[in-house]
Design a protein around this ligand. Structure first.
Ligand code: FAD
Length: 429
């Protein structure tokens, strides 16, 4: 059987590796001259920057992605982040920024720094969640907890976590999805940094695909899919035709439908599927990569920064793998969620992020290496967390993987791995 995978991002390559091990003859077609999509290194002056991800796996060496890579036989090392995260809070509880001093606290000690009444309420809510007494299906996360607890510090931290992990506010995620994310954090643990960066994973996946008879072809943009009686039989790319028994797309539901042509509109279930797709939005974000001669964060985990204007958090990846920067240099990647209605004012958003750096590291002189804006067709997430759409399409042998088809509660690439697992079950049906 032949399988064609559209797009050589992480989702496409994970699926291609699985299919090639199952005996499919796999061809991966990639529009760009580079492989890996938003999960690839960009080498810049000896620093390993990236096309998207911050070299971090949300559940480190125990999560769904690490487990999947291990089963595939990929030789990748992920260094667990200890502690998982620290939170930078102002020294004085009444302050709303960092100008008069701050301290970094382990995230597990966050409750200690709340007023007594709110501390008690948070303990009760956490307990209710853990024993599954509280499982609201309706409502957005912040709207839900605000019924029980009003606290500026909690609001800021919830937004900081959501902004960092999902590129959304805490009110753009459903409570159900946020609880599924917490479940996964308890189940799999905290993040980790990939030694060598994202590229190490991509290189291993390409190796596995090629060793199993598959091919990964850059500069092959898929422009059309030919259908016969509701089945996709052929993929068109770069003037060539690729026969396919199975087609897997890593470019998102909407973009895949665009290349399907009008034949797909006649299929059963298409109208309802297309209507539901209208509600899906990509999330946007801004990344500032900077370097300095001394360590600024004391660990390789996440520094959450809830009292900034824009930056949600950052990681100092060289604390886990010093080779991600030239000798003696430290590489830090800061992320800030960008509201979709602020994309037209992106210069202002960049300036606000740069102002944040001055408050976060007073007296220090970081060297800005690269600032990247991610939105539209190169977003942080192709679907806001919780808006993911499953892997099936109205075309019976066409499946979607990647970050528009993540598994439940899966943060970023962990969601991609969970989604690929679901897709493999759908394909086997
Ligand atoms: P993509 O990587 O977008 O792959 C799709 C591929 O399809 C691309 O290579 C594209 O060029 C190709 N393509 C598109 N159209 C066509 C066509 N017509 N024909 C052929 N090919 C086509 N996740 C984490 O887990 N940890 C992090 O630290 C992290 N940080 C992030 C920070 C930022 C700023 C961003 C932007 C993302 C971050 N993510 C992170 C998310 C993670 O990078 C993405 O979820 C993941 O890389 C998406 O992979 P994908 O395979 O779904 O899509």
């Amino acid at each position: 059987l032949t399988a064609v995978v559209i797009g050589a991002g992480l989702g496409g390559l994970l699926t291609a590796a699985q299919l090639s091990l199952k005996g499919y003859k796999v061809t991966v077609l990639e529009r760009l001259s580079i492989i890996g999509g938003r999960f690839m290194n960009i080498e810049y002056q000896g620093y390993q920057l990236s096309t998207g991800a911050l070299h971090m796996l949300p559940h480190g060496n125990r999560g769904p992605l690490a487990q999947m890579l291990q089963k595939l036989g990929a030789n990748v090392t992920v260094i667990p982040s200890v502690p998982m995260a620290t939170v930078r809070i102002p020294k004085n509880v009444a302050e709303t920024d960092y100008k008069n001093g701050f301290m970094d606290i382990p995230h597990v000690e966050f409750k200690k720094h709340l007023a007594a009444k709110n501390k008690m309420m948070m303990v009760l809510l956490t307990l209710g969640y853990k024993i599954k007494l509280i499982r609201p299906k309706e409502a957005r996360f912040k709207s839900w907890y605000s019924r029980y607890i009003q606290d500026d510090r909690i609001d800021r931290c919830a937004d900081s976590f959501s902004g960092w992990a999902l590129s959304t506010t805490a009110d753009e995620v459903t409570t159900e999805e946020m609880f599924a994310i917490f479940d996964n954090v308890y189940k799999y643990g905290g993040p980790g940094i990939v030694v060598g960066g994202c590229k190490s994973i991509i290189d291993e996946l390409v190796r596995i695909i090629e060793e199993n008879g598959g091919s990964v072809q850059p500069k092959k943009e898929v422009t059309g899919l030919l259908m016969q009686e509701g089945v996709c039989t052929c993929v068109l790319a770069g003037g060539e035709e690729f026969h396919a028994d199975l087609v897997v797309s890593d470019i998102g539901h909407k973009e895949t439908m665009e290349i399907c042509g009008s034949d797909v509109e006649k299929l059963d279930g298409y109208a309802a599927y297309a209507e539901k797709l209208k509600a899906v939005n990509p999330s946007a974000g801004l990344k500032i990569c900077f370097a300095i001669d001394e360590p600024l964060i004391e660990h390789g985990g996440i520094l959450l920064t809830p009292y900034t204007r824009r930056i949600n958090g950052m990681n100092e990846v060289t604390n886990a793998d010093p080779n991600l920067a030239p000798p003696g240099k430290h590489l830090i990647m800061a992320h800030q969620r960008t509201a979709l209605d602020r994309l037209d004012f992106i210069e202002e958003e960049i300036d606000l992020g740069l102002e944040d750096l001055k408050d976060l590291f007073p007296g220090k002189k970081p060297e800005i290496l690269m600032i990247q804006v991610h939105h539209g067709r190169w977003p942080v997430n192709r679907a806001f967390s919780g808006q993911d759409f499953g892997n099936k399409t109205p075309v019976s042998n066409l499946f979607i993987v990647g970050d528009g088809a993540k598994g439940r509660g899966g943060i970023e690439v962990e969601g991609i791995a969970l989604g690929v697992e679901n897709a493999m079950s759908d394909i086997a049906e």
